[in-house]
Design a protein around this ligand. Structure first.
Ligand SMILES: Nc1ncnc2c1ncn2[C@@H]1O[C@H](COP(=O)(O)OP(=O)(O)OP(=O)(O)O)[C@@H](O)[C@H]1O
Ligand SMILES: [Mg+2]
Length: 419
């Protein structure tokens, strides 16, 4: 705009000079006009150069600003990318087109026990033969491979190798590794549990089926035999009922949304109540059942804990042939401690850790006689654990056992008074 105006002015002055010279032919005026024209030219030139430089500087500043902005954006994206890779919870590795390791996150290094493998050839992975094999064949064949491998005989890893192409050109391979050991262990545990449940249910069911078939098919079974068979059928049916009830309790407790119904309750009341329930069973076996309980009121789930006490005292009576079963309870500054002590058959050291596992019985025949399914202690342990407490066992073969439960009383406060 400004330039057009300048050009127009110059053209006008030239026309004025030409016209003046032609009409007037006055050298002085023409000279003056030429000087004025020169001065105007110079001024216009200086002005436009100054303006152009100013414009250039402004453009430079804008360019610098946008460069800074894009640099900040790049560094922000880079930070986000690296923190995402570090926090992914899975191992990440990138091997470029020249088979050099260009990226390895902390998780990957920890999983495979590497110090630093950046910029090393991928053959460095050969320390873990199985991992190396999967990565090498995916890179050679340039195709995605997913494989589950066992590392150090303990961990199971899910490895996914994906070749990356940019406009058809091989760029490198991305390796993702997930530790699925816990998942596989849970899966294995579930399979074992289902097999155990089927086995446990099959035994009483076979007895019921076999005996009832004899009774319906054979009219000549003696009355005494009939009664015996019916009694076995009744016992096996009760056994089935007990197992199914225990399984229902277990499956309820295994649910993620399972919650205890805690309330301020008197532990002394609860122990006294279960003591009275179990008394006839102890009398039947001529066992001395005694107790020494310090009162305390704190928050726990009374209904679940009632089951815990019944199961523990029942075990003590079932696995004791002579002597006594004693229940004690006292409080410390942080816990309420319950002991169930018996002078029974005891459990040898090597088997003590196993007895809290589902369906485990030290002596199958003896436990079966008492109707035991081997689920009692696993339920007890689960309930105690859900209360934030612990259960431990001290036992000596043929001398007796002592189960000790410690329940935290502090979180919601506790008192020595009755609720
Ligand atoms: N007080 C005890 N003295 C000796 N052995 C015990 C005692 N308590 C438990 N056991 C052993 O631990 C095993 C597991 O006990 P647990 O209570 O889980 O199952 P169970 O008594 O066999 O059956 P149930 O599921 O009906 O309780 C028992 O079979 C028994 O061998
Ligand atoms: Mg039991």
């Amino acid at each position: 705009m400004k330039k057009n105006r300048d050009l127009f002015l110059i053209a006008l002055i030239y026309i004025v000079i030409a016209v003046t010279h032609i009409i007037v032919a006055m050298p002085l005026i023409t000279g003056l006009l030429i000087i004025a024209l020169g001065a105007f030219h110079s001024l216009t030139y200086i002005g436009s150069t100054f303006r152009a430089r100013k414009e250039q500087e402004r453009e430079k500043r804008e360019l610098l600003k946008s460069l800074n902005r894009s640099e900040a954006r790049t560094s922000e994206t880079k930070t986000q990318f690296y923190s995402l890779i570090e926090e992914l919870g899975s191992g990440v590795l990138f091997i470029d087109a020249w088979n050099t390791i260009q990226l390895a996150n902390k998780e990957f290094l920890e999983m495979f026990d590497y110090e630093d493998i950046l910029k090393t050839p991928m053959s460095f992975l050969s320390r873990h033969e199985k991992l190396y094999e999967v990565v090498k064949s995916a890179i050679q064949e340039k195709k995605r491979i997913r494989s589950q491998i066992l590392i150090n005989d303990t961990s199971i890893m899910d490895v996914i190798v994906t070749p990356v192409f940019d406009s058809g050109v091989y760029y490198g391979s991305l390796i993702l590794v997930h530790d699925i050991t816990a998942l596989k262990t849970a899966e294995q545990f579930q399979k074992q549990f289902t097999a155990d449940v089927s086995h446990e249910l099959k035994t009483p069911l076979s007895a019921i089926k076999g005996l009832s078939e004899i009774l319906t098919r054979d009219d000549n079974v003696e009355e005494a035999r009939q009664k015996e068979f019916l009694s076995i059928i009744k016992n096996e049916a009760s056994r089935l009922e007990i197992i199914i009830n225990d399984l229902l309790i277990i499956s309820k407790m295994d649910r993620l949304d399972y919650e205890l119904k805690k309330e301020a309750a008197s532990i002394e009341h609860l122990i006294n109540e279960t003591f009275e329930i179990m008394k006839p069973l102890a009398e039947e076996k001529n066992l001395n059942l005694s107790k020494d309980i310090e009162p305390c009121t704190f928050h726990f789930d009374p209904s679940k804990f009632r089951q815990v006490l019944i199961n523990l005292i029942k075990n003590a009576i079932n696995y004791t042939d002579s002597g006594y079963v004693r229940i004690t309870g006292h409080r410390t500054s942080t816990h309420y401690i319950i002991n169930v002590i018996d002078t029974g058959i005891g459990i040898e050291q090597a088997k003590q850790a196993m007895i809290f596992k589902r369906f485990y019985r030290v002596d199958d025949a003896r436990s079966r006689d008492t109707g035991g399914s081997g689920l009692g202690l696993s339920i007890i342990k689960n309930v105690v654990k859900k209360h934030g407490g612990t259960i431990k066992l001290e036992s000596a073969l043929n001398k007796g056992s002592r189960f000790t439960i410690a329940l935290p009383i502090q979180s919601q406060g506790a008192s020595n008074h009755e609720a």
